[in-house]
Design a protein around this ligand. Structure first.
Ligand SMILES: Cc1cc2nc3c(=O)[nH]c(=O)nc-3n(C[C@H](O)[C@H](O)[C@H](O)COP(=O)(O)O)c2cc1C
Length: 435
């Protein structure tokens, strides 16, 4: 995320992380070069369009902790990183509430041109009420309504990216003075429940046309959205096999095959020379985590103020009648009733850490790969430290086992991952192509 503190709050204070240098282009360019040297597929940029202001009824904790604020625009980093690399992909997050699809389409096409087809878009629908209010909505639209809007948004985009300019519309005929053939550039005349867009698209076809599509919804409506649109889906650890099977089953409804969607597991790794060294490192990182930052983050995600809760009190002590229903369900999932809300905030940050020697981590990743994960999204604790530890320790083992690429394939990001430059013919977005 183009910010100081993304997930592991408090760690920005450590001397061995470059989070304070997030405004420097050098930091990002160096990171991109490091990842490309190790043959990562892509660098992923998260984003939000509002402040987390639920905790204690205001944004103060978030601001103090640099908890996803300040946060700069992720897309502006991409051309500089792309210029310094040749193959690395760039997946950026954009909310369908944040920008009108007509402008969004133009920015994505521009990025796809400038990166030579190396961009992916992580489609999100926003969960922060403050984001929705900033963007001209009275309040956050209801969960499922956001996905309905998303369907309309994507339809506008497919029409612009896939259907507006025919593949041979651009002739660049210097002698006849014809850049593009107006008969092959079409208005889209989209009239949907949320958007009306006549078009045409302002950009000529870019290498991928539609950027590679990522998504991360796991609710019922979110899975349906993924089954229809996503080419790559981010998942968290819990229940992953069920989610993967379910989304793949749903995809058939939209004419898609199970293998048309790949699943990427979000992972936080703490890697040491030995298991004991890794455990010591994890304990030290744990010490620097900020519980306040974690509570502010979790409050925003849950949409409820955990500031009203004593972080040191065991959750088993609570009379849940007086507390919102969500807290009850949240608490019921805690394994131990002596767990405190502070523990839960900590576990949001470090509970998913996989701690071990490089060999042990490689074994775990191999296990995940054998049980359904197509790839991983590494969440840093320190940057570039987490990535460097992975590159120096785990990547060589994975490469020796044939589980990680040692050379890049040519072509666009989609080609590298799926073997074809454009949306697959059976993807719903491809239906808008002019035949
Ligand atoms: C790995 C991962 C990364 C995510 N990144 C973002 C992000 O950058 N911005 C955002 O608003 N939501 C992000 N989300 C949240 C999802 O977009 C989505 O809101 C969430 O998974 C809940 O979806 P659901 O309501 O369909 O279950 C991310 C989720 C996951 C699992």
């Amino acid at each position: 995320m183009n910010c100081v503190s993304h997930i592991h709050h408090g760690l920005w204070r450590r001397p061995d992380t470059q989070q304070l240098q997030y405004t420097s282009l050098d930091t990002w360019v160096e990171l991109a070069k490091t990842l490309e040297k190790a043959k990562f597929d892509s660098l992923f940029l998260a984003d939000v369009s509002g402040v987390y202001d639920t905790y204690n009824g205001g944004p103060e904790t978030s601001i103090r902790e640099a908890m996803q604020i300040p946060v700069n625009d992720p897309t502006l980093l991409i051309p500089a990183m792309a210029h310094a690399t040749e193959h690395l992909g760039f997946a950026y997050t954009g909310s369908i509430l944040a920008e009108h699809p007509f402008n969004f389409a133009r920015r994505a096409s521009t990025l796809d041109h400038l990166t030579n087809g190396r961009v992916a878009w992580n489609v999100v629908t926003s969960y922060l009420p403050s984001a929705a209010q900033n963007l001209g909505f009275h309040d956050l639209p209801r969960h499922d309504d956001r996905y309905e809007r998303g369907d309309d948004y994507l339809e506008v985009l497919y029409k612009l990216w896939e259907g507006s300019w025919e593949q041979d519309a651009v002739v660049r005929d210097v002698e006849r003075g014809i850049y593009a053939d107006p008969n092959k550039v079409h208005r889209i005349n989209h009239v949907g429940p949320y958007y009306q867009v006549p078009g045409p698209h302002l950009c000529e076809p870019s290498p991928q046309r539609t950027p590679l599509l990522f998504q991360a919804g796991s609710s019922d409506r979110g899975r349906e959205f993924a089954a229809r649109h996503a080419e790559c889906v981010f998942i968290l650890g819990g229940g992953r096999q069920e989610i993967i099977a379910d989304i793949r089953t749903r995809a058939a409804k939209y004419g898609r095959r199970p293998e048309d969607i790949k699943f990427f597991l979000a992972l936080s790794l703490v890697i040491g020379g030995t298991e004991a060294q890794a455990q010591a490192k994890a304990a030290e990182l744990n010490e620097t985590l900020s519980i306040e930052g974690g509570l502010a983050h979790m409050s925003g995600q849950l949409g409820a103020d955990l500031g009203a809760v004593d972080p040191n009190r065991p959750i088993g002590d609570f009379d849940f009648n007086g507390i919102l229903g969500f807290l009850k369900s949240f608490a019921s999932r805690a394994p131990d009733k002596m767990t405190t809300f502070g523990d839960l905030a900590r576990s949001q940050m470090s509970g998913h850490w996989i701690v071990g020697s490089a060999e042990q981590i490689a074994d775990r990743l191999q296990h995940f790969a054998e049980t359904g994960a197509d790839g991983f999204n590494l969440v840093y604790a320190t940057t570039p430290g987490t990535f460097v530890d992975f590159i120096d320790g785990v990547a060589p083992i994975l490469k020796s086992r044939g589980l990680m690429q040692t050379e890049y394939q040519g072509g666009t990001l989609r080609e590298k991952i799926f073997g074809h430059a454009h949306l697959a013919k059976n993807h719903p977005g491809a239906a808008y192509r002019i035949r």
